[in-house]
Design a protein around this ligand. Structure first.
Ligand code: DAH
Length: 350
């Protein structure tokens, strides 16, 4: 084998050994680079005669072409192998079932809140929201519950920083503070009308939200929900309360034969006051009386704190527990389940 043939052969071997494009380029440099073996051979022709140059040059060129061909072949082979590896790594089995992306859903209590808003909305009630950190004034005093009033002990209050000894800040123990908060805004808006001796548009609002008390067992949670209702006008009576609330309950539970009972009770901010019980006529709870709301005719002192004349304006309020309504609607017997955040429980409501 002549010298050029073995050069070609060694190039082919070296190229074959190259496992990466980088290896291959290094191997190429040994033959075709500036000081590569083929280049050296070319340089070595300087002393040859014209005749010899011709034949030697042609032979070297042939060898060079063979080396270049081997290089191209190996380059292609390496590129093919790389592509192959890529495809293997990204193999896609189109017969596998698709990955679902969870759509999430509403918490059962949120569903209840939306139902409540929808039903009262259809009766012309606005929806108002207010702060969960509340002042002593709105939570108690404005609601006819002065500092030393025994009714304050009905609420186990969480106090928070800020405020003063006589006017502490607290986590609202009910949504009732929204009665005065909302009414004051409403009255401000219609001050002109009221001062001119005209009648302001009625206040008709519900205020759903979170409330807090130091309490925790199967039917009490330190955080729970309430929904306040308030209707104030010139001629809004206890009869209207009965109609509105009865309508609401029948619609909410989708049971036309639901029976309601307004049981006399006491709240400082209403007079008279009632506790509202419902009785299902069928289903697992049929026959039992279940309390769903406090309610009553708004106390004149509270109407006064709204900035209104209790001789002219009168109305009713109620405060119900959406958590309890949710438990009754779905037959859940432990309130804590709603707030544990266990997805196995919550996903049953989707
Ligand atoms: N705020 C009362 C509570 O949490 C419930 C209540 C009773 C609200 C009577 C009212 C009402 O608006 O008129 O126990």
């Amino acid at each position: 084998m002549n010298e050029l043939d073995s050069l070609v052969e060694s190039a082919q071997q070296l190229f074959a050994q190259a496992q990466t494009p980088n290896d291959l380029e290094n191997a190429k440099a040994q033959f075709l680079g500036k000081s590569g073996k083929v280049t050296e051979l070319m340089k070595g022709m300087a002393q040859l005669s014209v005749e010899e140059k011709k034949s030697r040059g042609a032979a070297i060129n042939l060898a060079k072409q063979a080396i270049e061909a081997a290089l191209t072949t190996r380059r292609q082979a390496l590129a093919d192998a790389e592509l192959e590896a890529h495809l293997k790594a990204e193999v896609l089995d189109v017969t596998l079932p698709g990955r679902r992306c969870g759509t999430g859903g509403l918490h059962p209590v949120s569903v209840t809140m939306e139902r409540i808003e929808g039903i009262f909305g259809s009766m012309g009630f606005d929806v108002a929201e207010g702060p969960e950190i509340e002042s002593d004034w709105f939570n108690f005093t404005a609601l006819n519950t002065p500092e030393d009033h025994p009714a304050r002990s009905m609420h186990d209050t969480f106090y928070v920083e800020g405020g003063t000894a006589h006017a502490p800040n607290l986590l609202r123990t009910h949504t009732s503070p929204m009665q005065v908060r909302h009414a004051v805004q409403h009255v401000k808006k219609y001050r002109g009308l009221i001062d001119a001796g005209q009648t302001m548009p009625e206040i008709r609002v519900i205020a759903p939200g979170r409330t807090y008390r130091v309490d925790s067992d199967a039917t009490h949670s330190p955080m729970f929900h309430q929904c306040e209702g308030l209707w104030i006008g010139e001629n809004v009576s206890f009869k209207d309360l009965k109609v509105v609330f009865t309508d609401f309950c029948k619609t909410f539970f989708e049971q036309d034969d639901l029976v309601l009972r307004f049981r006399p009770s006491f709240f400082p901010f209403t007079e008279p006051s009632a506790e509202i019980d419902i009785q299902f006529q069928h289903g697992p709870l049929a026959g039992r009386w279940l309390e769903v709301s406090g309610a009553g005719q708004v106390h004149p002192n509270v109407v006064r704190n709204m900035g209104l004349d209790p001789e002219k304006y009168i109305g009713f309020a109620f405060g119900m527990g959406p958590d309890r309504l949710t438990m009754l609607r779905y037959g859940v017997n432990d309130l804590r389940l709603f707030f544990d955040g266990d997805i196995r429980f919550l996903s049953q409501f989707q």
